[in-house]
Ligand binder design. Structure first.
Ligand SMILES: [Zn+2]
Length: 454
């Protein structure tokens, strides 16, 4: 049976939540448990809505240079699937199904999110209990030094994932060769293998898959590698003057690269080191896409680029970077972690769109203030949080909006039956370049699939 390639995010039945309600349910008998608990959760959220300070509009105290942490925590608090996972106590089911010794990071994180979304007080919350746990997990966060928000996010997501991983016993690593398979199949196999070891709510939401294709310039042999990614670190495109767009940065990230000289890889078929071209495409788009703008130099933050990168708030269309004819690749922005200042001294804030009201707010440690959505784009933007647009919306986009202007292309292997077909073949000029001369590239299959989408 073919496995679906998309990770479906199951609806969370909040059954594990509120153990005291279970007794209540047993007594009453007639009422459906999930209805009762849902109502209760709804009540909690509604109560929160009624109070002035709630709806997640709660600041976080700065414990001493912890603005990097607060900025990421607020961005995650406004990630509605993750928020609901904590509010419904669904994480407990994942924790309970495991016999882990340490589950304190997830528990403290969920507790913090619950406090931020149900607190009736307008006072800022102290994340100190949470900080104790994150520094136990990642000792680099001990103390009160300035830290990098993106690095912190990586550590935090990794820590949370480990505590709610549905895989309790990781299978022993076996070397399986999927090289004989067509790329799409190989990508799926590699993804299933990944899920055999790493499978959690966090993975459901944040992890995508990147494909890198290496093509030998001598014989045209193309080898592919598939890797999971938790975020994409984008180099900032440089232009003489004028605007740099986020798309420019993604194009730079996926741009075909020539590996020559000392970098020459060994071609599998030639059995010799050859000049090769390397290109990234996105094989699987995550539900939540985290884009990190590489503002800081690699050499431990000696300089910062304060280039203004223009990013769309809505309809970030990444279909041109897809390896396959992926439909779901349009994203909407919901949070930004900002860094202002220099490498010597800076400050982090977050701009987040409230998942309930759709309004934007500035989260500056303990202060939360409404803001206009026109202020969200700034040269301080550092980590961008995008959510995949819903599939219903996508259907509209596919039929209504125009993709990059297509140009007709005919490959030497184009089956004559397709050339003779009444609708002409249009292949996007983007996204196909590297695979063009890729030998194992199954033209007919992909073309047929693409025709179906037109
Ligand atoms: Zn070769």
């Amino acid at each position: 049976m073919r496995q679906s390639y998309t990770v479906t995010v199951p609806e969370e039945p909040p059954a594990a939540a509120f153990p005291f309600l279970k007794q209540e349910m047993r007594r009453k008998g007639s009422m459906s448990g999930s209805v009762l608990v849902s109502t209760f959760v709804g009540l909690l959220i509604n109560q929160a809505k009624n109070s002035k300070s709630a709806q997640g509009l709660v600041g976080l105290k700065n414990l001493g240079n912890t603005c990097f942490m607060n900025s990421i925590l607020q961005s995650l608090s406004n990630t509605h699937s993750l928020r609901d996972y904590c509010l419904h106590n669904s994480h407990r089911r994942d924790l309970n199904n495991n016999s882990r010794t340490n589950t304190a990071l997830m528990e403290e994180f969920a507790k913090l999110i619950q406090t931020m979304w149900t607190s009736s007080s307008s006072e800022a919350v102290s994340p100190s209990e949470f900080k104790t746990q994150i520094q136990r997990y990642a000792p680099r966060f001990v103390g009160y030094n300035q830290q990098d928000a993106q690095e912190f996010l990586r550590f935090l997501l990794d820590g949370l994932h480990n505590e709610v991983n549905r895989v309790t016993v990781r299978p022993r690593g076996t070397v399986e060769d999927f090289d004989h398979l067509p790329d799409e199949e190989k990508g799926k196999k590699m993804w299933s293998k990944y899920l055999e070891r790493e499978d959690s709510k966090i993975v459901d939401l944040f992890v995508g898959q990147l494909k890198s294709s290496l093509t030998c310039s001598h014989c045209g042999f193309c080898s592919t590698v598939f890797d999971p990614f938790w975020d994409l670190s984008l180099p900032i495109a440089k232009k003489g003057h004028g605007e740099v767009s986020l798309m420019d940065c993604v194009r730079l990230f996926t741009k075909e690269d020539v590996l020559d000289g000392d970098e020459k890889p060994t071609c599998y078929r030639c059995k010799a080191r050859r000049r090769c071209t390397k290109k990234f495409t996105i094989q699987k788009f995550p539900k939540i896409l985290v884009l990190h703008l590489k503002r800081f130099s690699e050499a431990r933050r000696t300089s910062k680029l304060s280039t203004f990168v223009n990013f769309p708030m809505k309809d970030l269309d990444l279909r041109e970077f897809a390896s396959e004819n992926s439909i779901n690749a349009v994203y909407n922005l919901y949070a930004v972690s900002n860094h202002s200042g220099t490498t010597m001294g800076g400050h982090y804030t977050a701009y987040c769109r409230n998942p309930s009201s759709g309004e934007w707010y500035t989260f500056n440690d303990s202060r939360v203030t409404p803001m206009s959505s026109s202020q969200v784009r700034s040269s301080d933007a550092y980590v961008l949080f995008y959510e995949l647009a819903s599939s219903s919306r996508m259907t509209g986009l596919l039929t209504r909006s125009s993709p990059p202007p297509p140009r007709p292309l005919f490959h030497r292997d184009t089956p004559s039956s397709l050339l003779a077909s009444p609708s002409p073949l249009f292949l996007s000029p983007h996204g196909w370049g590297a695979q063009w001369h890729c030998e194992r590239y199954t033209f007919q299959r992909k073309t047929l699939k693409r025709l179906c989408y037109i």
